[in-house]
Write a protein that binds this ligand. Structure first.
Ligand SMILES: [Mg+2]
Length: 417
């Protein structure tokens, strides 16, 4: 009778969505590349002197916190293994996982490097399997062919699929289904700030209204939700009720922000040094912007002092940008205003926000930047050079005679002509 049940599940007019989430993705990639790491406490560190950005279950059990600077982590948790991040390898492995998902469904929305929504509607009939067996098959195929463990949550909306996958992390088979009957129980057990898109700050506001769980939230009527939390609040409520408001699109969802920051090896109050570090972060973010074929409308600079005070200044751009030289010029102006020579700084970072797809960017009647076309070509050339010859083969930014660059150093668009 299982085929009857399957038929019923996929033919009641609802859409079914699966969220496939790779477990501790960067660590899993490192273990795929070096199987001896399996079962050991492993943390992945961004850059040589960066911070912990991913931890294995064993590293978490030791107490290694997320974001801890490497020098502190090594001192506090010497038994953990620290591996520098290899984002290039992670991207290739991610593509292999996504290709398997795309072989099951024509509608796959790659949400991040290690997460994707897959349209499961109709797949149970196509593959003659119920949701659990189908999820299990996909999970096994990814494990066998790519050697990456994944967690799968299935439900009728993205928000519920995400909740189901979060809950699945605590189960043995790492697969969970939030259907009509199990949904209410799941919502009662879900703290309000665990809901996708709510987060800690909004969670505090909701708790102020006596809403502790996702279930409490769906009890409020639409007018109440709309008045206090606008359209996004209503969308979340509908999705929690199992109604798909946000459909799966094959287009990559634009991120809310792109940022890059790193702690210095030693505290510094040297403006030239700060500018150089900022340039490196700008280059990394511009590359990511170009990869998703976008420009940003807002840029911000973050400065952290030795005493852990954080300063953040951002400005809205007159026209959207994606090129290192244009952005550096503005970011340096922001930095100059924030900079105080009396203060020792521990880190600097850049944040890009408010993105436009290049295909949607309107050309302004009076174009602000006469080098626009040239810069766009140059940006793409930079990316191709790096792809061919490795990261940081060419550097963009500010010249400081005190900071030697071993590799090519590009100072202005003219230099590549
Ligand atoms: Mg993950």
């Amino acid at each position: 009778m299982s085929s009857d049940k399957t038929y019923h599940l996929s033919s009641n007019g609802k859409n079914y969505i699966a969220l496939i989430d790779c477990d501790s993705f960067f660590v899993s990639c490192e273990r795929k590349l070096n199987p001896e790491l399996k079962g050991l406490p492993v943390s992945v560190v961004s850059g040589e002197r960066g911070c912990v950005i991913a931890r294995s279950r064993e590293a978490k059990a030791l107490g290694v916190p997320m974001g801890i600077p490497l020098f502190q982590a090594v001192e506090k948790f010497p038994e953990c293994l620290y591996i520098p991040a290899n984002h290039y390898a992670y991207t290739i492995i991610s593509h292999s996982v996504m290709d398997i998902l795309k072989s099951y469904s024509p509608n796959v929305q790659v949400y991040s490097i290690d997460e994707a929504f897959v349209d499961f509607t109709g797949l149970t009939r196509l593959y003659k399997k119920n949701f659990f067996k189908l999820a299990l098959e996909i999970q096994e195929k990814i494990a066998n062919e790519v050697d990456i463990p994944v967690t799968i949550g299935v439900s009728t909306s993205k928000t519920l699929a995400k909740l189901a996958s979060d809950k699945a992390k605590n189960t043995n088979n790492r697969i969970a289904f939030a259907g009509h009957l199990t949904r209410i129980e799941l919502l009662k057990r879900t703290e309000i700030d665990e809901v996708w898109g709510i987060g800690r700050r909004l969670g505090v506001k909701l708790r102020g209204y006596g809403i502790k769980t996702a279930y409490d939230f769906i009890q409020r009527d639409d007018a109440w939700v709309q008045k206090r939390f606008g359209k996004n609040g209503l969308t979340t409520k509908s999705e929690l009720l199992g109604i798909m408001v946000s459909p799966i699109t094959n287009e990559i969802e634009l991120p809310k922000s792109i940022s890059d920051t790193k702690s210095f090896l030693e505290f510094s109050s040297d403006l030239n040094f700060l500018r150089n570090e900022l340039s490196i972060h700008i280059h990394s973010c511009c590359k990511r912007l170009r990869k998703i074929d976008c420009k940003c409308n807002t840029i911000g600079v973050i400065l952290k002092t030795k005493d852990f005070k954080t300063y953040y200044e951002k400005i809205n751009l007159e026209s959207p940008l994606d090129f290192e030289f244009d952005i550096s010029k503005i970011a340096f102006e922001i930095l100059d205003k924030m900079y105080n020579p009396q203060i020792l700084y521990r880190s600097i970072g850049i944040v890009f926000e408010d993105f436009n797809k290049n295909s949607e960017t309107q050309l302004t009647l009076f174009e602000q930047n006469p080098n626009k076309e040239k810069n766009e070509k140059l940006g793409k050339s930079l990316d191709i050079l790096e792809q061919k010859f490795g990261r940081n083969i060419v550097r963009t930014g500010f010249i400081d005679k005190n900071v030697p660059f071993k590799q090519g150093f590009l100072t202005s668009p003219q230099d590549v002509n």
